[in-house]
Design a protein around this ligand. Structure first.
Ligand code: SF4
Ligand code: FES
Length: 234
């Protein structure tokens, strides 16, 4: 089948502003949008810029907006886009570096700020045991691949650029609810902030777009509940 692509192009170092470029690509229904992008780049236009690495939904590199919805180009099948034109844009919210590549620095800094690692006084070569129930609490969120689709899709991010964002809150949740972590109170205090967990107003866009099926909004709401139960009981 022949597909028509309309792709956002912008090189801030050269172009006065963004523009659209159109391409036609032959593809099989079971191929992915990423295969089409590769074909465009390798056979038609080597100047097109986008990120990719694993090609299999593991690295989180190729998040972009596909027909208005954020997702991974390597996870989206051609057969699911029965439309006259497939529109590809960079992830919204972030600054464009070139074409479909955005600047991820602020996104990664937000995750780094919540200390995305276990803090424990435990030393030695013995494991810290967890029950099945304890482990279940973090089963879903450990799947996060930091693709930024949730944060880019969040309507709050569009009017509040101080909001830490859903991905950073997923990482905060990941350690707040880890039975082995010893800094839960500090972690909760950090996200007990108008630009932390409380900035979320339950749009659920993050949950809808997450390519790993993480219940992002639910995680944020459970964090808010724990904040209430810990600090604001009365
Ligand atoms: Fe991507 Fe989902 Fe992680 Fe958000 S929570 S960064 S959408 S994998
Ligand atoms: Fe790695 Fe798509 S290229 S997630």
């Amino acid at each position: 089948m022949e597909l028509h692509f309309k792709i956002y192009r912008y090189d801030p170092q050269v172009d006065k502003g963004p523009y659209w470029k159109h391409y036609k690509v032959a593809a099989e229904p079971e191929e992915r949008i990423l295969d089409c992008l590769n074909r465009i780049k390798w056979e038609q236009d080597g100047t097109l810029a986008y990120r990719l690495s694993c090609g299999h939904g593991v690295c989180g590199s190729d998040g972009m907006r596909i027909n208005g919805t954020c997702g991974l180009a390597c996870q989206k099948l051609v057969q699911d886009y029965q439309c006259p034109e497939i529109v590809l844009e960079p992830l919204p919210v972030f600054k464009v570096r070139k074409d479909l590549i955005v600047d991820m620095d602020s996104f990664l800094e937000g995750i780094h700020a919540v200390k995305p690692y276990l803090i424990s006084s435990h030393r030695g070569d013995k494991e810290i045991p967890q029950t099945v129930e304890e482990r279940k609490k973090v089963d879903a969120v450990i799947r996060c691949i930091m693709c930024a689709c949730c944060t880019a899709s969040c309507p709050v991010m569009h009017y509040n650029n101080k909001y830490i964002g859903p991905a950073a809150l997923v990482w905060a949740y990941r350690y707040i609810f880890d039975s082995r972590d010893e800094h839960v109170a500090e972690r909760l205090r950090q996200v007990d902030d108008p630009n932390g967990a409380h900035a979320c107003v339950n749009h659920f866009e993050c949950t809808r777009v997450c390519p790993k099926g993480i219940p992002v909004t639910k995680s944020i709401n459970l964090t808010k509940k724990l904040i209430r139960d810990t600090f604001h009981k009365d």
